[in-house]
Design a protein around this ligand. Structure first.
Ligand code: ADP
Length: 307
């Protein structure tokens, strides 16, 4: 009988421009580590990081609560959370904790759930952070690589990314509102022009084709979003400059990572990635904003990173 399981889950970027709430990509920039231990009763969260420790308010706690209920498990669970992913910066931090927890719970109780079920439970935890259930980050973090989220019924399509795909991420050191995802969802237009929808659809289709053809140029060149990015970019100081600089330095496409404020540039391993990162940092510096830059590539998911 196993009494303790540790699982690592990667950071992720959601949307990739035109794929709002549909696309996700696991990235090896940062990882969360979760250890679940069976106890006599209750759910207890242990962490040194600045995240809620009330299980109802923590994505990992909510996943444990939901899975315990669904599988009628009487044991208590201690959840140890070691955050590697900065919370609230659009790097799928809350999702990674949820993803690692769903995979660890499955292992701890020998449930042998399939990918879609693991993603469904992990997604249920996102209610603790975003107020709504959404699957783009958790799907990437659980399964790794590039994912397409289909809902009603939930079905995740996973595509292995091209080996030469690289990303430069700039995480600005600014204060983010507690319910950032909720706030940044509220600025998105309720109605959109058909011509804008067509533009986004064509780019989203091209991104999928780029992953299928293992062509990083098609992916990068199609990271174009005329609906969500224009509505949100005012929330990121210096966004236009960061984007312009990255493109000038050789990035193929640049957009907001998830709900922001991190900005992500897509490129290839042959590009000057240091130059792109530096250009992005200079863009943020133009509004006196500091940032952390990371050069990264796609990652495996929590489900294939079990220890
Ligand atoms: P991110 O893209 O980093 O997940 P969100 O704004 O969606 O950003 O989520 C961050 C919010 O979720 C923060 O307010 C944080 O306190 C809360 N949260 C709850 N549980 C966790 C967790 N296990 N890890 C990180 N953040 C969490």
């Amino acid at each position: 009988m196993i009494s303790k399981v540790t699982v690592k889950a990667p950071s992720s970027t959601a949307n990739l421009g035109p794929g709002f709430d549909v696309f996700g990509l696991a990235i090896d920039a940062f990882y969360d580590t979760i250890t679940l231990t069976k106890t006599k009763s209750g759910i207890k969260i242990i962490t040194d990081d600045n995240i809620p420790t009330n299980p109802e308010k923590n994505t990992a706690g909510l996943v444990v609560k939901n899975m315990k209920k669904k599988f009628k498990i009487k044991d208590g669970i201690e959840i140890k959370i070691k955050k590697g992913i900065p919370a609230g910066y659009g790097m799928g931090s809350s999702a990674a904790s949820a993803a690692a927890t769903a995979v660890a719970f499955d292992k701890l109780f020998g449930l042998k759930l399939n990918g879609n079920s693991l993603v469904e439970f992990a997604g249920s935890g996102e209610k603790a952070s975003a107020g709504t259930v959404h699957y783009d980050n958790v799907a990437a973090s659980v399964l790794g690589g590039f994912v397409i989220v289909k809902t009603n019924p939930l079905d995740i399509i996973r595509i292995e990314p091209p080996t030469n795909l690289r990303m430069c991420i700039a995480v600005p050191t600014i204060n983010v509102p507690k319910k950032k995802t909720k706030v940044s969802r509220s600025v998105i237009p309720k109605k959109i022009k058909l011509s804008d929808s067509i533009l986004n659809l064509s780019n989203a289709a091209a991104i999928v084709a780029g992953f299928m053809k293992k062509d990083s140029e098609i992916i990068g060149n199609s990271i174009k979003d005329v609906i969500v990015e224009p509505a949100r970019q005012h929330m990121i100081p210096g966004f236009a400059k960061v984007k312009e600089n990255a493109i000038k330095a050789g990035a193929l496409g640049v957009t907001i990572s998830g709900a922001g404020p991190s900005v992500i540039a897509f490129s290839k391993s042959s590009a000057n990635l240091k130059k792109i990162s530096l250009a992005m940092a200079k863009g943020f510096a133009s509004t006196n904003t500091k940032c952390q830059t990371v050069i990264c590539k796609p990652s495996k998911g929590a489900a294939n990173k079990r220890k």
